[in-house]
Design a protein around this ligand. Structure first.
Ligand code: FES
Length: 325
């Protein structure tokens, strides 16, 4: 019998794409324009990301910051991380004409249509989902403020993309080497009451924004993480059981295992991408049990609903979780 791995199944569902253009955006970031070989992607919208299947079996998620109207060309900007897990190095090694596979898109960072004032805050490479959000708000003629925080002008990979939108005067590029500390509290406190914040950037920045949500006086914070939060990394893990609702089969999830690993070891085909709780591709429905959410994808409301979980990182507070599988 030929066993097809889940990674192979995901790859079969992905679309072949050619690197049509590679260009340097800043001292550490390149932009790739990926041209799909057959057809276009449906569902591209501000905040969406794609899975990129790279040489060496790596699969990484990247926000799409620009795309063609037919969805047959998408742009991803990737910062080189010398101490990363290898995805950025594989992307930077790609050359024009190379082939990759593209899956998705998915969107865990949607821009809502409510006519409330919005504050967009982009930290470093976290600017990639913020560019199409700013574009969308410009198209709508909506009032918003935009802050792009980088270490220096040499690191401002997406500044040209922001400026190309002919943004109102409310766009500010903040270089910490020249401008000093970025004062998030002042910005949130001085925004119109009820403003929403959309932010993507380093964990420390997102943590500060979340901690100060009350300064928005009724507004909400929407975040996208590209790294695991420090709290999630420090969480202690205990063993528990999972039960499959369809068959009643019960499996033990050891303290050093994930639900995703146990499901796959027992023949279940569950999709996965980042395996770090960042992309949402491994979500399954939960019938009963108390979930210990450790992802950075689900909103507070979604986590409180206790109805689904990211199997790659989240665990159980109860002795057992029954999964709708
Ligand atoms: S695989 Fe990305 S959230 Fe689980």
């Amino acid at each position: 019998m030929t066993v097809i791995s889940d990674v192979a199944v995901e790859l079969m569902q992905a679309r072949r794409a050619r690197v049509a253009e590679k260009r340097r955006l800043s001292c550490d970031t390149v932009d790739l324009r990926l041209e799909l070989c057959e057809g276009g992607l449906n569902g591209l919208e501000a905040g969406a990301h794609v899975d990129v299947h790279l040489p060496g079996g790596l699969v990484r998620q990247y926000s799409v910051w620009d795309w063609s109207p037919a969805g047959d060309c998408v742009n991803i900007a990737v910062k080189y991380e010398a101490s990363g897990r290898g995805g950025s190095q594989a992307v930077h090694a790609l050359e024009q004409g190379n082939l990759v596979y593209v899956g998705g898109p998915r969107n865990n960072f949607r821009l809502d249509d409510r006519p409330v004032h919005k504050i967009l805050i982009a930290g470093g490479i976290g600017a990639t989902p913020i560019v199409p959000m700013a574009r969308r708000l410009v198209e709508r003629g909506a009032a918003f403020q935009l802050y792009y925080v980088v270490r220096s002008g040499a690191h401002a990979a997406m500044d040209a993309a922001f400026r190309a939108l002919h943004l109102p005067a409310t766009y500010q590029l903040h270089c910490t080497d020249a401008d000093g500390r970025f004062d998030i509290m002042r910005i949130m406190a001085s925004a119109p009451a009820g403003s929403d914040v959309y932010a993507c950037g380093p964990d420390s920045m997102l943590k500060a924004i979340l901690e100060n949500e009350k300064l928005l006086r009724g507004g909400k914070v929407h975040l996208e993480r590209f790294a695991v939060s420090s709290e999630a990394e420090q969480s202690v893990s205990q063993a528990f059981e999972i039960e499959l609702a369809s068959s009643g089969a019960v499996f033990r999830v050891g303290e050093d295992q994930t639900v995703l690993e146990v499901l796959r070891q027992n023949g279940m085909q569950v999709s996965a991408g980042c395996t770090e709780g960042l992309c949402g591709s491994c979500i399954v429905d939960v019938v009963s049990g108390d979930i210990d959410h450790r992802d950075s994808v689900l909103s507070e409301e979604e986590q409180a609903a206790n109805e689904f979980m990211c199997t790659c990182v989240s665990r159980a507070r109860s002795k057992k979780l029954v999964l709708r599988l």
